[in-house]
Design a protein around this ligand. Sequence first.
Ligand code: GDP
Ligand code: MN
Length: 378
Amino acid sequence: MKLHEYQSKAIFANYNIPIPSGKVASNAEEARQIAAQIGKKVVIKSQVLVGGRGKAGGIKVAATPNEAEQLADQILAMTIKGLPVRKVLVDEAINIAKEIYLGVVVDRAAKCATVMASAAGGVEIEQVARDTPEKIVRVQVDPAFGLQEFQARDLAFAVGIDKALVRDFVTIATGLYRAFVANDASLAEINPLVVTAEGKLIAADGKIVLDDNALFRHNDLEQLRDIDEESPAEARARKAGLSYVKLDGNIGCMVNGAGLAMATMDVIKFYGGEPANFLDIGGGAKADKVKAALEIILSDPNVKAVLFNIFGGITRGDEVARGIVDGLREVKTKVPMVVRIVGTNAEEGRKILADALMITAATLEEGAQKAVAAAQKQ
Ligand code: GDP
Ligand code: MN
């Protein structure tokens, strides 16, 4: 789950990270009031869950409350990378002397968190990583000790922080790391961390991505979820307890198990197809879940065929098959359905599915090939 800039900054503030004073507004009048309260130049920032808002024109500086109102009105009417702007953050404007990147991510290969910093801040870090990877410095953090001061100091020197600001940089970097750990984040990022003309460090932007699998132990963070930002299909999947990620292909995937879902997508691609989604219906696969999953998959107009890849383990194959048939009965569709089912009671399951006019396959290879062929025919 991604947090908005204003939400991320509010969390940063609890970890000794300086942020500009400001408030979020949902209409132009509110923006004007906030600007008047701040009483100096402000920056109006669209709150959408994508990067590159600045380049897209979603960030503007206003000299007066009236101008803040006008600009907020303009920005609130914008759609950035497909996302309508529903809120703006009105922040005290900063005089930027230098923009630095500072972020904490999970480094899977190293099995620890890694803190990254770059003197090439402001622009998207993915671009820096592509074009000039040598401009990013990294330190790996031992989870038993946390980010050590000497490590933060090394980063400060590597990105050319002024001696007088090193102590503040260390406070910010260690604060960011603690915020990352305490909130079970997969990413915590300040881009840019600004060196102001007055010689201070301040977080001008903030981004936190939370690990959905840890949200159950952060009730307070779950409250921050912005349901307006979720697609209807994603919201539906979350409520039904399904893991669903929409992709750009045309073969819908219905699979029980996340690893199996990944393997299914790989095999579809191997045979020249493109998966339309990742979907893990989890254990059980009862009719109501299958029905919800099928409706979600079919709500994507690109879907030209659906491949079911089911492993009958603790849940027997015939049970899953009955769930699928019951689900299909309620979701009327002409989209071809290919099913591969193995494991406990697979034979019985296959018979039930063949009776329901589904295309059956004995192996995943065969299933993927049949699904690719069926999608091409449509
Ligand atoms: P992003 O484009 O979505 O990453 O949004 P940011 O919050 O990072 O803003 C993009 C750019 O706008 C920053 O890199 C700054 O150059 C500029 N910007 C943001 N806030 C301020 C501000 O208070 N004053 C000034 N002068 N520029 C700002
Ligand atoms: Mn940014």
